[in-house]
Design a protein around this ligand. Sequence first.
Ligand SMILES: C[S@@+](CC[C@H](N)C(=O)[O-])C[C@H]1O[C@@H](n2cnc3c(N)ncnc32)[C@H](O)[C@@H]1O
Length: 434
Amino acid sequence: MAPREIRSPWGHKSGKAVLSHGARQIALTALRLWRKQKRFADSVISGLFANTNFTSSDRAFALELFYGVLRNLTLLDFWIGCLRASRVENGLRDILRLGLYQLFLLKTAEHAAVYETVSLAPKRQQPVINAMLRAATRQRSDLLARAEAQPSFVRTSHPQFLIERWQQHFGAEHAEKLCEWNNLAAPVYARINLLRIERTEFLRIYPKSRPVPDNPTFVEAGSLPSDALKRGHCYIQDPSTTVACHVLDPKPGQKILDACAAPGGKTGYVAQLMENLGTIVACDRDHERLQVLKENMTRLGVSIAQIAQHDWSRGDVASAITASAPFDHILLDAPCTNTGVMRRRVDLKWRLRRTNFDHMQQRQLEIIRGLIPLLKPKGTLVYSTCSLEPEENEEVVRRILAETPDLRLEAERNSLPFREGLDGAYAAKLSRSA
Ligand SMILES: C[S@@+](CC[C@H](N)C(=O)[O-])C[C@H]1O[C@@H](n2cnc3c(N)ncnc32)[C@H](O)[C@@H]1O
């Protein structure tokens, strides 16, 4: 591979400006930046990619390495501990993690994994890395067997507190399956946008698209040309995101408030269910995300969305929203801890803290309380998250029902990764009495 020059994501030339190992070097740089700067993994790697002229296969390999190491941190560190009893400094550890990931989990040819990884290191570290990776290849079956005998938090590389809470909520077997699921690379799905194109026509002009079993209007996005997205023929989203929209059950001509709408995945689908007739007030507090929503709606041909910026944790409701109130239906796709989509947010498990679930519940309750006065008598409010945690789902709903006597629970649905084989999602439908 030809040497490439990169710039750091912050504009200046990186210390090691010339890359000789392409994808592996980018993955290593990403691991270092992620560890030192504590930024989101996605933003670290996309910042680095923005400064390369990588082909799609270079990118895919760099992503595989970076995300693969992040998914398996505890397991890789367990092997490092088996290979060296003394302290391993962080820079050295990053390189070893990358090497062991290739050797044991990615199953790269041994000589390539060792040689390429050693050559990423500064000269003074090369002998020790070479010795440790060669020892790892010699002890391969022993190291793999020792890993198998470790408790779940090592084998599946998840924080112990998450495993314990999932064992308590779903049982030991499902908790294990969930951890394994979180470590799988997530397929990317696209929803066919029926506002722009019929399904049969879509399948005709994109003959390589692979429909998703049981979800006829979804296809695997990897099989699509980027043109399909640009023309608004489809939108990248997981089939589980439609659960809340189906529970909402909007009809053409109705008035809907999509309270936390950006970047618009559900707004676009709700508009399709409404046949682009009626009104959707699409609200969010984040200006930039609303700009993305606006572009998405234009591309998807959604003409019934009115965009309003509002923060539900602040006092008076914006007039752009009250002007359309009261609403037939309100969708609250709430901010949440995202534990149902961990396979897509690879570093989330290393960021979460025990206290996050209760804090998030307070934010979610605050938002719902601001929405209830905007609901018509006999109207319905759908509360949804992509969290698997009862604090953010059933508990929020029970608390709201307890403090709002004119609300009734009509339906509750959830998608569990180890049961449905899709991202996790929760939706509850609350209806207001006449
Ligand atoms: C789960 S995301 C919404 C995803 C969106 N419904 C979709 O399908 O594409 C949650 C959104 O809530 C917004 N948000 C968080 N707190 C908010 C608040 N207090 N008021 C308004 N919006 C808020 C965030 O900016 C974020 O865009």
